[in-house]
Design a protein around this ligand. Structure first.
Ligand code: ADP
Ligand code: AMP
Length: 220
């Protein structure tokens, strides 16, 4: 199955991707995680990308498309994948459609997680992430078992550089301007599944799985 997770920053895409990847047995491909790993590793791409991500801006399409089209042909993604954070512009969506078409592949669905602005701000301000394995926590509703420590790999949790309030405001502005049109792109092509992302994590996962099953004629 080939899926896209859409939704504003803080909607719960990474969190849902973590559960869906196990449930559907497909890898999660997160452009945000890939860029943060590259920045932590100090690669040229990582350093360049950080100039955009730290300001809450989008990384240029060409850089992102290079990253994604290098990752997708890897063997673990042969039977499907779950994209988290890509595409974020109509240009990326168009290039991705061509990439799929050229390979005789198609997308199964684009899942849009809908949440209110107040929820986004609340979730992002309490978010902590593991820089090692990318597990995501909310310090009030999904805290780690041991203070500030990843449950999975015991690495120290961090707050993302772009989760500061002033950067979040810019990310939301950029989302409305550049990424909301991507929702219409997939709606117009009959691929959009809209999901209420306000509910607890497990209920959102179940709603996505049920919507996919309906969309796929009950094959899941
Ligand atoms: P995104 O990948 O869309 O930016 P995340 O998955 O990182 O969003 O989630 C943002 C924050 O909200 C994290 O702290 C996460 O633990 C929390 N969160 C995610 N989904 C829910 C939910 N359904 N209910 C409450 N908190 C959630
Ligand atoms: P995320 O982890 O998905 O919230 O992404 C963090 C940041 O990485 C974004 O605010 C952008 O600066 C950058 N980024 C991630 N994915 C993309 C993309 N598909 N296009 C452009 N920039 C991206």
């Amino acid at each position: 199955m080939r899926l896209i997770l859409l939704g504003p920053p803080g909607a719960g895409k990474g969190t849902q991707a973590q559960f869906l990847t196990e449930r559907l047995q497909i890898p999660k491909i997160s452009t945000g995680d890939m860029l943060r790993d590259a920045a932590d590793d100090g690669t040229a791409l990582g350093r360049q990308a950080k100039q955009f991500t730290d300001l809450g801006r989008l990384v240029p399409d060409e850089m992102i498309l290079d990253l994604v089209t290098e990752r997708l042909p890897q063997p673990d993604a042969a039977a499907g994948f779950l994209l988290d954070g890509f595409p974020r512009t109509v240009g990326q969506a168009e290039s991705f459609s061509s990439w799929l078409r050229d390979r005789g592949l198609s997308l199964d669905a684009a899942v849009d997680l809908k949440v209110r602005d107040e929820t986004i701000v609340e979730r992002i301000s309490h978010r902590r992430v593991c820089p090692e394995c990318h597990d995501t926590y909310h310090m009030l509703t999904r805290p780690p078992i041991v203070d500030e420590t990843c449950d999975v790999c015991a690495h120290k949790l961090v707050q993302r550089d772009d989760d500061r309030a002033e950067v979040v405001r810019e990310r939301l502005r950029v989302y409305q301007e550049r990424t909301e049109p991507v929702i219409s792109y997939y709606r117009d092509r009959g691929m959009l599944l809209e999901i209420d992302g306000e509910r607890p994590v497990g209920e959102v996962t179940e709603a996505i799985v049920a919507a996919l099953a309906r969309g796929k004629g009950g094959q899941l």
